[in-house]
Design a protein around this ligand. Structure first.
Ligand code: RET
Length: 262
């Protein structure tokens, strides 16, 4: 039963705050002067949003204690059962904004620009809305699970959240990957590289959640906060830098190479 933020957690949360702020800065510097600047803008905001929410948590404002007390009359007198858990709710505010932005970063690599709109434009809107919608529901239902003290409720929400996660993966590995493959070898290679990295990193989140205090409490909250900080920095700063440098390199490459590969 963890009910307060320890100094180890506080240190990691300050490392997260500084890392995200420096990451935002690094993305601006590395992406300076790039042609497709929207990639720099989305990657910058992913880190800037995370920096604000890590600051909220480091200052002790991003957590709540969920608790439940029940009293029962027994032959021996009144028995009390209290359960309480510290939940960093701010993570979910971070993720509900940053995961759609990360996915949009990936989608703008995989999906080619539309000329004309029409039916294909509508299909595109449907695909993007489906991916972002499933992602937002994945995070929200994960929050519902984290706030549940009853283990049945918790695992129901975990399974629902995993279902939405699988839907996101099915769409980015299916139709979006197929669209990226039609855009030439260079774009397909960059998309596949980012897709592989994103998938591996994102799989760590539900595993950590279920092993941590939100799930089975197999690992301590100190370890969980430390590992989340490292994974968050990799999934946001590392991924953002890869995206920005990959796009910059590709726009610098002769267009003929892309066309001949197509
Ligand atoms: C939760 C709840 C349990 C089930 C699942 C989850 C998935 C979370 C993911 C989060 C990704 C976050 C990123 C943040 C920023 O970089 C919510 C832990 C499936 C995939 C990439």
């Amino acid at each position: 039963m963890d009910t307060f933020m320890t100094s180890t957690q506080e240190t990691w949360l300050w490392i997260g705050t500084a890392g995200m702020a420096l990451g935002a800065l690094a993305i601006q510097v590395v992406g300076h002067g790039m042609k497709e600047s929207h990639h720099r803008v989305t990657s910058f905001f992913v880190c800037a949003i995370a920096a604000c929410l890590y600051l909220l948590m480091a200052q002790g404002q991003g957590d709540i204690v969920v608790s439940k007390a029940s009293l029962a009359l027994t032959p021996l007198g009144v028995g009390a059962d209290v359960s309480a858990e510290l939940v960093y709710y701010a993570r979910y505010i971070d993720w509900v904004f940053t995961t759609p932005l990360l996915l949009i970063g990936l989608l703008t690599v995989g999906l080619k620009p539309l000329t004309g709109g029409g039916e294909s434009g509508r299909e595109r809107i449907g695909l993007v809305a489906g991916i972002v919608g499933a992602d937002v529901l994945m995070i929200l239902t994960g929050l519902f699970g984290a706030l549940s003290l009853d283990s049945t409720h918790k695992y129901v929400w975990f399974i629902v959240s995993c279902g939405f996660f699988l839907a996101v993966l099915a769409l980015i590995w299916g139709p979006v990957r197929a669209a990226a493959a039609e855009q030439g070898a260079q774009t397909a290679a960059l998309y596949n590289k980012l897709l592989g990295i994103l998938t591996v990193l994102w799989f760590i989140y539900p595993v950590l959640w279920i092993l941590g205090t939100e799930g089975t409490s197999t690992i301590s909250l100190n370890t969980e906060v430390a590992v989340f900080t490292v994974i968050d920095l990799t999934a946001k700063v590392g991924f953002g830098l890869l995206l920005v440098t990959g796009i910059k390199k590709m726009s610098g490459a002769p267009a003929a190479a892309e066309k001949s590969a197509a």
